[in-house]
Design a protein around this ligand. Structure first.
Ligand code: ADP
Ligand code: SF4
Length: 692
């Protein structure tokens, strides 16, 4: 299909100093939980993005010295020449597909707890290390430290060049970089030429950029990544004050400005709290104060929006981390006029969460993410089917939809049946809850793709029973019938049913999503700790209820720390007037009250509530699977060779896990699968081993 000419502007080359980006698509640096620990997985993940058309493919943070040791995080590292080979592997993978490789060099200052290196952390002034909330302090750097820091950065620049990078990114964003920390009055209490006036506070960053330009500026592009606003008002950098002044001071120094907002939880806001393009009004001034090209992120997935940004002179390149994770082929699809094929990021931050849990990142939309090398899964290619026979997928939630799509792409004839009148399962239900509308993209991408395939037939409003499944004539059957929220309160806190959960005033999120609307005072009991308790509370407030949220944890939705949402969620609930009771467990429910007790003291109190919504854990909806699995003879007689549960029916988890399970089912259908179904990279032992 030919590309619409209005998108042509996105495919113009952009000069970044001495190197040229082939188009305007810039994969901004992003963590991925692989880095130096799973280096080949990291390299292949980046290479696939280059293949997908990104002109610049950046690393995650590369820490440059043992005094910036971010252990246990698994970022990249460039402390010595021994760190070069795995980064060279990434550069090779990126170059193989004609993109430029960019290295983001970082010293984490006070954030680096140096748990492995045991160096004393470094900072502009004395300061407690916030990373682990334990009694460790960073010390104020003296002049010799500053000289050393400049040398470490320069050494890392030279090593990055040796590794094959085309671009160096000098970093002062997210409040994660030492040079950036020097700029902030709340951190910098120095009286020398590196403290006091703005010019002094910016001096170190300027020196880092100048050192880099001088060393490699004739052969490598030098990018400056800078957060123009910290979203903390006068306590921090503001775009219309020092943010602008800093850019004015350094305006022509870099070859490209990569601008955003700090900290990471502001830069990577979820779709629950921010729409596409939410950073635009913070960064729109930048092009007025520099002649150098500008790149910015904002979870851009819509090509028209991208064109508008360029045509209005807001940016020269479209930055993307999450959209490039959800669809590494986003640029290629625009280039080839295949807009409908874009797998749009839903802004859920599962990718971020897995990195924060120090595990290879997962993506709700892209099940191949982090599986590129270890399983050989390509986001756009899949092997032709290895076995014959029709596939029946029962249930069209995220697991069933993805299984049907991926198996269809392998060339299977597929029938996808769902009891509901609408496809999408939990995604359809949950996307109607406050703030989760973008999650429907998980359904919409897949239903559109399936609608284009002649070999996948969809049956809505088709509740199947065991006999019907046996009569279908399918050789392969995937049961993707999902899960239901428990009513009895069983969860992390309670391993016995809570008293009173058999009453009529006990509801679950499934009831609320099905349209049940309680009246009066409602208690939401959240022992799930992810999003559901808080979105149900929001929904109930919108329905006119007085809501009390009780959780055994010390904070609401504590797991959402990982997805960078916790603070916003608790703030929103408080703003909505939700009464929040933390560190309390639910003991008993009666018709008009609920007894809750402190998890520390055991002291109980009675809350006057007319209903309780139980958000604790889920049970698989697997009766159909269990019934048929119990009679293998019947399956055999019906000609069914493959019979598997997938998704929430197999093990209730995230939507990302359901999509992955559906994809895995299709990939493995008819294939030999080893007990360890992926390649592993095992650290090479050091030569020589002596006891001290
Ligand atoms: P997952 O997250 O694993 O994909 P969901 O709960 O989102 O699971 O989706 C399960 C889907 O399965 C729902 O849309 C539901 O209507 C459907 N379903 C459940 N039981 C049956 C059945 N017996 N026949 C057909 N569809 C079913
Ligand atoms: Fe987007 Fe969610 Fe995928 Fe991250 S995990 S890239 S936020 S869809």
């Amino acid at each position: 299909m030919a590309r619409d000419s209005r998108y042509d502007v996105l495919f113009e080359p952009v000069k970044i100093g001495p190197v040229t980006a082939r188009n305007r698509f810039y994969q901004a640096p992003h963590c991925n939980g692989m880095g130096r620990t799973f280096p080949s997985s990291m390299a292949a993940m980046r290479g696939v993005k280059a293949e997908g058309g990104w002109a610049v493919v950046s690393t995650e943070q590369i820490d440059i010295h043992p005094s910036s040791d971010f252990t246990p995080a698994t970022e990249c590292r460039l402390w010595s020449d021994r760190d070069i080979p795995y980064l060279a592997r990434m550069c090779d993978a990126v170059h193989e597909h004609g993109a430029l490789a960019s290295a983001e060099l970082v010293h984490n200052g006070k954030w680096a707890g140096n748990l492995y290196s045991r160096e004393v952390p470094l900072f502009p002034s004395h300061m407690p290390v916030p990373t682990h909330n334990f009694p460790l302090q960073a010390r104020a750097m003296n002049k010799a430290d500053i000289r050393a820091y400049r040398r470490w950065h320069l050494d890392a620049v030279k090593r990055a060049k040796k590794a094959g990078f085309d671009i160096i990114c000098c970093y002062a964003a997210h409040n994660l970089s030492l040079a950036g920390m020097f700029m902030l009055p709340r951190y910098n209490f120095r009286s020398d030429e590196y403290g006091g006036s703005l010019e002094n506070r910016v001096r170190l960053f300027r020196e880092i950029i100048e050192d880099t330009k001088e060393a490699v500026g004739d052969t490598m592009g030098v990018v400056v990544r800078f957060a123009v606003d910290e979203l903390r008002g006068a306590d921090g950098i503001e775009a219309h004050k020092e943010g602008r002044e800093i850019i004015e001071m350094l305006a022509e120094l870099p070859d490209l400005w990569d601008v955003n907002v700090a900290e990471w939880h502001n830069d990577s806001m979820t779709s629950r709290f921010a729409d596409e393009g939410y950073q635009e009004h913070f960064i729109e001034f930048v092009k007025q104060v520099t002649t150098k090209p500008v790149v910015a992120v904002g979870r851009y997935t819509t090509p028209d929006r991208m064109v508008s940004l360029v045509n209005r002179g807001v940016v020269d390149m479209i930055g993307a981390a999450r959209p490039s994770i959800a669809d590494p082929f986003l640029p290629k699809k625009i280039e080839e006029g295949r807009i409908e094929d874009i797998r749009e990021c839903i802004g859920c931050n599962i990718c971020v969460a897995w990195d924060n849990m120090i595990a290879p990142m997962r993506c709700t939309q892209n099940p191949t993410k982090s599986e590129e090398w270890r399983r050989g899964w390509h986001p756009e290619r899949i092997a032709p089917r290895a076995v014959d026979g029709m596939l029946l997928v029962v249930g069209a939630g995220p697991a069933g939809l993805e299984a049907a799509l991926a198996a269809g792409r392998r060339g299977h004839d597929v029938i996808l049946a769902d009891a509901a009148a609408e496809l999408g399962g939990r995604v359809t239900r949950e996307s109607r809850l406050p703030g989760l509308a973008a999650w429907a993209r998980v359904r919409d991408y897949r239903t559109y793709q399936i609608s284009q395939m002649a070999n996948v037939e969809v049956y809505k409003s088709s509740l199947l029973d065991a006999d019907q499944i046996l009569e279908f004539g399918a050789a392969h059957v995937a049961i993707a019938t999902g899960a239901r929220w428990r009513r009895d309160g069983y969860g992390r806190q309670h391993q016995f049913p809570i008293a009173g959960t058999d009453g009529d005033n006990l509801l679950t999120p499934d009831d609320i999503m099905a349209g049940t609307s309680p009246r009066g005072s409602v208690l939401v009991y959240d022992d799930d700790h992810y999003y559901m308790g808080s979105v149900i509370a929001e929904q109930l407030v919108a329905d006119g209820c007085q809501v009390t949220l009780v959780t055994p944890d010390a904070r609401v939705a504590s797991w959402t720390d990982y997805s960078l949402e916790q603070h916003r969620i608790q703030t929103r609930l408080l703003e909505l007037g939700v009464d929040i009771v933390t560190s309390h467990e639910l003991q008993e429910i009666t018709d008009d009250s609920a007894a809750v007790s402190c998890v520390y003291s055991g002291k109980s109190r009675l809350l006057a509530v007319s209903s309780v919504v139980m958000v604790t854990s889920r049970l698989p909806d697997d009766s159909l699977y269990q019934e048929l699995a119990a009679t293998p003879d019947r399956l055999r007689a019906a000609g069914i060779e493959t019979f598997k549960p997938i998704g929430d029916c197999h093990g209730p988890a995230t939507i990302a896990a359901a999509v992955y399970e559906g994809h895995r089912f299709a990939r493995e259908l008819g294939e030999p699968v080893d007990e360890i179904p992926f390649r592993r990279e095992i650290t090479e032992l050091a030569p020589g081993f002596e006891l001290p």
